[in-house]
Design a protein around this ligand. Sequence first.
Ligand code: SF4
Ligand code: SF4
Ligand code: FES
Length: 254
Amino acid sequence: MSYRATFRVWRGDASGGRLQPYEVEVNEGEVVLDVVHRLQATQTPDLAVRWNCKAGKCGSCSAEVNGRPRLMCMTRMSTLPPDEPVTLTPMRTFPVVRDLVTDVSFNYAKAREIPSFVPPPGVAPGAYRMAQQDVGRSQEFRKCIECFLCQDVCHVIRDHEENKPVYAGPRFLMRIAELDMHPLDAAAGAGIDRSRSAQDDHGLGYCNITRCCTDVCPERITITENALIPLKERAADRKYDPLVWLGSKIRRRR
Ligand code: SF4
Ligand code: SF4
Ligand code: FES
């Protein structure tokens, strides 16, 4: 079954823009990205949109569909009311390049700030052993496709540009949590306290566990319960446990 839908698409660039209405054909089984491609093919060839896989795996077609952060290639038209306009806007948290394309380099800068895995001393590569339970924990986080929808929805930076320098966002706090949980990570021996750095350098305290990031994640990663809350608990344990506090003082004095 085909029908004609009204799409209101944000057109513009860093200097400003507006919602432009289009009437466009929609066919059974299509996703929002199919309709955007039809718009490009039939009415507006200069509409800027980023996409690669059309299979929910490259993380590049992120935008906001009716105000909700979504992958356009994974949003079925059948889930949207056919008699209401569909509003397409770029991710609000990042600067617009043009139309639906945003500059997500904020995220790459945050990624670079996190020290990578520190191999355990005295264990040869290939000789690492981990319990399956530990492997399972970090495997969930490894499903991330870096679509940055969780970063887009997080109110700490969505509504507060001024927080960006001090806040890594859920995707990168999750990365710190993953490394902090890793039984073979030897960061502590190298003088890196990951949970403390999450708190002091990456703004973990700004997160008030509203779960918005978890709700929009297309990979269904339970960011809040499985990464952010355990990381907060570990940061609090280290700060308030008197033995841990004493140990860190002695280490620092040495
Ligand atoms: S749970 Fe925390 S990180 Fe996730 S959206 Fe809410 S404030 Fe942001
Ligand atoms: S955690 Fe989920 S929402 Fe966030 S970047 Fe990764 S896949 Fe996207
Ligand atoms: S085009 Fe790759 S996730 Fe949508």
